[in-house]
Design a protein around this ligand. Structure first.
Ligand SMILES: Cc1cc2nc3c(=O)[nH]c(=O)nc-3n(C[C@H](O)[C@H](O)[C@H](O)COP(=O)(O)OP(=O)(O)OC[C@H]3O[C@@H](n4cnc5c(N)ncnc54)[C@H](O)[C@@H]3O)c2cc1C
Length: 304
């Protein structure tokens, strides 16, 4: 891949632990779809200093880069991504609780964050306990489930601009909507999130989380690689229902399949290429459009 040369690598390795740099990195290992090609370089900063250095150097050298969290809403095309993927996870996942407010770094997983809330008798994040994303990815996507969304609990954010300046935003500036936020058009990196929850009863919070996880395990193919619901919910419809009514439940292309358990999921049955998944996506979109007149838009972000 052309975007990374030895000079850039040396500059990065001077400021960032070389163990946090992986050249020609197979993104199938870092995405829940377990499919797709390589990135020229993966950087896994374990602190703000490493993240700031990476952004500085890549900006100066004009190397294209993108951000990922837990990779649970991403599909890298088989040709890969000729640029740098900055993965925000372990090491950038600290969390602090003060009264009803949680201050958290973007790399914390939602499952962990909802446990922290429960452990502090705070209610409001139960909906998120089974979403396999990071906090940063969840705010970016305004992730939601079972009647809750990130917009209900986020109070403010701090993000890093490409010019290395930090921008703080209050709730009213976050432009949350269905699976969208201001970050989808701002190109910034979330570095801190403040959440406001309410005092609750620890037993009831735990009970709700257990119930929601049981529902998820019963209705969704959680044991197969996927990126969750593949399509956004079209207004007035449910994607899964439209796909099922179009007779596509169980349809397979290569290793990719419309889940027989939940038609809104495309799953990797083993060895699926990104192209298998994209071909299946196209068939689903075309057939649903023909049969119901509804256009399905992918919720999954396709890279490359
Ligand atoms: C089994 C399964 C079930 C799921 N269930 C749900 C569900 O119930 N509800 C739901 O909403 N989603 C669901 N998802 C989808 C996914 O988990 C969410 O969209 C999640 O919020 C993505 O977070 P992530 O950290 O994995 O983000 P990634 O997939 O890594 O990235 C998603 C987007 O966020 C951006 N991003 C990530 N971190 C940052 C950051 N720090 N700063 C700026 N941008 C960033 C990336 O650039 C990318 O565009 C499910 C997925 C799976 C596999």
């Amino acid at each position: 891949m052309k975007s990374i040369n030895d000079t850039i690598l040396k500059r990065l390795a001077a400021d960032i632990d070389p163990a946090h740099l992986i050249e020609n990195c197979p993104m199938s290992r870092y995405t829940t779809f377990r499919a797709g090609g390589n990135a020229a370089l993966l950087i896994q900063p374990d602190c703000m200093v490493e993240l700031f250095s990476a952004v500085n150097i890549l900006g100066r050298e004009k190397v294209p880069y993108m951000i990922m969290g837990n990779g649970s809403n991403l599909l890298f095309k088989d040709e890969g991504y000729d640029g740098v993927v900055i993965r925000i996870g372990e090491g950038m996942d600290r969390v602090r609780v003060e009264g009803n407010v949680i201050f958290a770094e973007p790399g914390i997983k939602l499952s962990q964050l909802s446990k922290v809330a429960a452990g502090n008798s705070l209610t409001g994040l139960e909906f998120a306990c089974g979403i396999p994303g990071s906090l940063g990815g969840a705010v970016y996507m305004n992730a939601g489930a079972y009647g809750g969304e990130m917009k209900d609990v986020v109070l403010s954010t701090s993000s890093l601009r490409r010019n290395s300046m930090v921008k703080d935003r209050g709730k009213d500036q976050l432009e949350f909507g269905y699976r969208t936020s201001v970050f989808q058009k701002s190109d910034e990196i979330l570095i801190g999130v403040k959440l406001l929850l309410k005092p609750g009863h620890p037993y009831l919070i735990q009970e709700t989380m257990q119930e929601l996880n049981a529902k998820r395990n019963e209705k969704q193919p959680v044991n197969l690689p996927s990126a969750g619901s593949f399509f956004k919910r079209p207004e007035g419809h449910f994607a899964g229902q439209l796909i099922e009514e179009a007779g596509l439940k169980g349809l397979q292309v290569g290793g990719a399949r419309v889940s027989p358990m939940h038609a809104g999921f495309i799953v990797n049955e083993g060895g699926a290429t990104a192209q298998d998944i994209l071909d299946l996506m196209k068939i689903v979109q075309e057939t649903v459009r023909e049969k119901s007149g509804v256009t399905l838009e992918p919720e999954v972000r396709i890279i490359g």
